[in-house]
Design a protein around this ligand. Sequence first.
Ligand SMILES: C[S@@+](CC[C@H](N)C(=O)[O-])C[C@H]1O[C@@H](n2cnc3c(N)ncnc32)[C@H](O)[C@@H]1O
Length: 217
Amino acid sequence: MESARGAQQDETFSPSEREVGVGPWTGPWPEGDLWDPELLREGDRRNVVDRYRYWRHEAIVADLDTRRHGFHVAIENWQHDFNIGTVVRTANAFLAAEVHIIGRRRWNRRGAMVTDRYQHVRHHPSVEEFTAWAHEERLPVLGVDLFPESVPLETYTLPRECVMVFGQEGPGLSEEMRQAAEATLSIAQFGSTRSINAGTAAGIAMHAWILQHAQVG
Ligand SMILES: C[S@@+](CC[C@H](N)C(=O)[O-])C[C@H]1O[C@@H](n2cnc3c(N)ncnc32)[C@H](O)[C@@H]1O
């Protein structure tokens, strides 16, 4: 399991722990700017899909930038929310345009599994600054939380370009964000718990966007 690496920050998995990736390039080296000589020489053990094996980091980000989806995700971070790494990792997997951290700048990168290196992450010190940015970008702000007025995500038509905002464990979405949002959306629940984990909620919401807008296959 990748999570067994814990605080791994250099993006590589050592072969002794898990044989991930590929060894040194065999045969004549490919030519061009895409390729990283060190990876060609030493092998590529990074947490990247096969398509990007041996590519330079900057080349991968540049390629992702040509294909990013129209949705952004944002999460409030007033108390160092531990879900942010998960949100960043999922945003990377579903190719979000950007991830926005609102509140404290620092966040625990552990759960991101170094995916933040390939994801644009922008910080906004306050809800006001975040919403000003969203208005300037003409992006509707969609709060995701279980409020009485929330519309079920399952029946909501998500705009192709939007920013979905998630709250923190405990307090949930701030009142300021609730008021600023164009709409708030809830994920239907059926059991006894009051809510699901914010990282899980973010994954479900991002996938709802994928189901409605992404080209699959
Ligand atoms: C664990 S919840 C916060 C606790 C919640 N306010 C309560 O009263 O139990 C943290 C965040 O996860 C997201 N969330 C969790 N469950 C959700 C659901 N069923 N629908 C929409 N968002 C949800 C929201 O963004 C929320 O702000």
